[in-house]
Design a protein around this ligand. Structure first.
Ligand code: SF4
Length: 403
């Protein structure tokens, strides 16, 4: 049965006014997300919600990507990031390499050092455990603390996404990180069954991931999360994931942004023949994220994963493009180059928005109760990077104005 344009508009209007799309109305929309009439209503409502919460501002963070190690104990069937130790492409950065990438980032005006790495490789690979032992580290997260420190002291602000971390490990990272993150990806336990993408990925157990989100909240760490869409989850499961993120944020208030990341099939992986979502479907889910999470939430879509439809993503309520690097590739999606900062600015502004550069941590955490959200160590260096509103200083070398 179809949903009339008037019914879709009413649901969306109510959600905009209530500042959240409730579960019942959201489920009423789900079977109709392919209907252009319903999508149009969603985009209009999401645009309005974004405007109410964020005005015309859309942010990005200029970063370098440091894949500290591409070894990982998990084997998600869509992943090309993780390598086996005997692969010619397997690599763990030593601290001199971390310092070198940091220098490159500083030279090109980047603020964020994005540490992204595989999960617990020392458990799966004896050779990696030995590599760490030789250098005096008991685990990859212990080594990561040193790497973040090198980058922090080299003049950048780290943001770490290292898979599942314990409370103690997050506490040890906090003095050297402005923010941290973990994609929730999906709450679907079904995707952990035999033959599904997370069958060989114990760290993708949704319960474990939700627990880490809660623990990060208890530690008051500004935290980035997100959905990976199109890996076999149903629309109901996708909605449940969004609602879970909202509930986590209601418990702790620490979710600084939610990424809506579309899956792209990659050659050589178990999911190479899977069909990705169309750009229209991705945009519809960005709009759902905006409406479910509300106007005050930061909703991010990576611009390199839907480069043809940036304007549509903006209409769908995006207010953040995430990390964009003039220096390093997206190591998770190396086939998808970043737009240049000039193009990103031109297209964002042509669509009626204002592009502003941020730090890895969003301006609202810098200006609103920084004592709660940021380690004293991080607060001490903020004046070097942030202006009075918490955005990136425009008078530093390599700022957006210079792009
Ligand atoms: S946990 Fe991350 S790095 Fe490891 S296999 Fe899965 S997607 Fe790849």
């Amino acid at each position: 049965m179809s949903l009339s344009s008037a019914e879709a508009q009413r649901i969306v209007k109510d959600a905009v006014e209530a500042r959240r799309l409730e579960s019942g109305p959201a489920r009423a929309l789900l079977p109709h997300l392919g209907d252009p009439v319903v999508r149009e209503a969603l985009f209009e409502g999401a645009s309005e919600s974004k405007r109410r919460g964020k005005g015309e501002v859309v942010t990005f963070s200029r970063n370098v990507f440091i894949p500290l190690t591409n070894l990982c104990r998990d084997r998600c069937t869509y992943c090309t990031f993780a390598k086996q130790p005997d692969s010619a492409e397997a690599h763990t950065y030593d601290l001199a390499e971390v310092a070198e990438v940091t220098r490159g980032g500083v030279k090109t005006g980047c603020i964020e050092a994005l540490f992204c790495l595989g999960d617990k490789p020392e458990i799966a690979y004896r050779s990696h455990a030995a590599w760490l032992e030789e250098r005096g580290y008991a685990s990859t997260p212990a080594y990561l603390v040193e790497a973040c420190k090198v980058s922090f002291e080299g003049g950048m602000l780290p943001h770490t996404n290292a898979g599942i971390l314990s409370v103690e490990q997050m506490e040890a990272l906090r003095p050297w990180n402005a923010s941290m993150g973990l994609m929730l990806e999906t709450t679907s336990q079904r995707l952990r069954q035999r033959g599904m993408p997370h069958f060989h990925a114990p760290d993708k157990d949704p319960a474990v991931r939700i627990r880490m989100h809660d623990e990060a909240g208890e530690l008051a760490i500004p935290f980035t999360t997100g959905l990976l869409i199109g890996i076999g989850e149903t629309p109901e499961e996708r909605l449940e994931t969004l609602e879970t993120i909202r509930a986590i944020d209601e418990r702790h208030g620490h979710i600084q942004e939610t990424i809506v990341q579309p899956f792209h099939p990659k050659p050589g992986t178990g999911m190479r023949a899977a069909s990705p979502l169309s750009d229209d479907e991705v945009a519809a889910w960005v709009a759902m994220a905006r409406l479910v999470l509300g106007p005050d939430h930061h909703v991010q879509a990576p611009p390199n994963l839907a480069p043809d439809v940036l304007e549509l993503l903006l209409r769908a309520g995006v207010d953040d493009w995430g990390g964009v690097s003039p220096v390093t590739v997206d190591f998770i999606n190396p086939e998808s180059p970043w737009p240049t900062l000039r193009e990103l600015r031109e297209r964002t502004e042509a669509a009626g928005h204002v592009l502003r550069e941020r730090l890895p941590v969003h301006p609202d955490r810098i200006t609103g109760d920084p004592e709660k959200w940021l380690d004293p160590n991080v607060r001490a260096v903020l004046p070097r990077f942030a202006d009075a509103e918490g955005y990136a200083r425009s008078d530093r070398p390599g700022s957006l104005e210079a792009a």
